[in-house]
Design a protein. Sequence first.
Lengths: 383, 102
Amino acid sequence: MSAHYGFPRGRTAIVGAATFGIGRCPGVSAIDMAAKATLLALADAGIALSEVDALYTSAPYEALGGMELAEYLGVTPKVTDCNRTGGSAFEVYVQQAALALEVGLIDCALIAYGSNPASNPPPGVGMTRQSPWEAPYRPLAPISSYALAASRHMHLYGTTREQLAEVAVAARQWAQLNPEAAVREALTVEDVLNARMVSDPLTVRDCCLFNDGAAAVVMVRADRAKDCAKAPVHVLGAAHAVTHREISSMPDLTVTGAAISGPQAFAQAGVGPGDIDVVMLYDAFTITPILFFEDLGFCPKGEGGRFISGGHIAPGGGLALNTNGGGLSCVHPGMYGLFLLVEAVRQLRGEAGERQVRDAQLALAHGNGGVLSSEATVILSRA
Amino acid sequence: MIQRSRSTGGHVFYPRVAHPGTGADDLEWVEASGKGTVHAVTVVRKKDPADSYNVVLVDLAEGPRLMSRVDAIAVDEVKIGMAVRARIIDEGHKPLLVFVPA
């Protein structure tokens, strides 16, 4: 066993990746979608369902969803996890699966998710409750929490609504190159600024989609990965940090846990921000990529708005961000983290069609959960 | 009233059984000054602008930060850095902590 800053660098790989039902997926249940994505990812890898001996999922409406998916698929996992770090759960699963694979506890990990809240609205009572210390003030969950963080960033660093809007516009331009993206109509900065204000400074176009989608990835050790159907995508680093649950308890509204998970993942991988060819950052709202670019070290604290401006993150810009169109324009069925990983894999394999980043060697996928509460960074490599 | 740890001197909000970070379980209730500063602000927009309302995070003079609302001011006029003081009102037949401009 060889660990590097707490991670078995390059010793595991993603060998299968798939999405299913992005946009609208009526007439089926969420678990049907997770199972469809699973079968596609296993076929992509050339691995049989019977080889799966670890199952990681975050069922959208069922607290005991790990056991439910094991039963549905007819597998008997040695490790089953249904973690509750929101949209970041899937990046955390990559970390946990890599560790379990490395020590030989498991041989084949499946990470799967499906959700269709747009076509099959969930029951009224969710699995989370609003904080009794916040609920009386009627913040919109979770939008107002991100709006509060954005207000602070604008106050301290002069970040503008136009810069926030540019994040949405760049995402839309990438979506226009992705046939799978749910929303592909043209979008301008003016459109975003003039859209209905929801919770200042965020308009409805600063907010991610709420649609359907499923995804799955399959992970094995690097030695097994050589025999799979496609070239493996190696996991170089994966790190996680939780700083709070509710926005009122966030230690610093402009510094996320990515400032912890990012440097650790880069140290594990032995690379830096300047080496990354494809950046996949959880864009629940337009403020989040700005915060994550800063916290992950792509630019200094406070410079995120200026860093992304001028088309820098759009197609043809200096740095490819969220090439699938992101949560803002491709898919966001409640928890988006797994879609970040699938797109990173597609880019590193050269499967991204019109939106392909030329000669992509290294990708970073950063998941976010709660209200900037849980941050998890994964670094992937083609070689 | 607000909780304070006897050993660390740190104030705690929301109330709990121990001081977060240190685990000190010697919390006592002390008088709060009621003074605070707006740390962050958003306005939740409704179809009828008259129904829109602000949601703020306030830094208490004692240190802790909490969510609240600033009353007695137009919703758009609440600014980060504004000095505010606490007021307990009755809302929905329950006491509610809000703030007003200091």
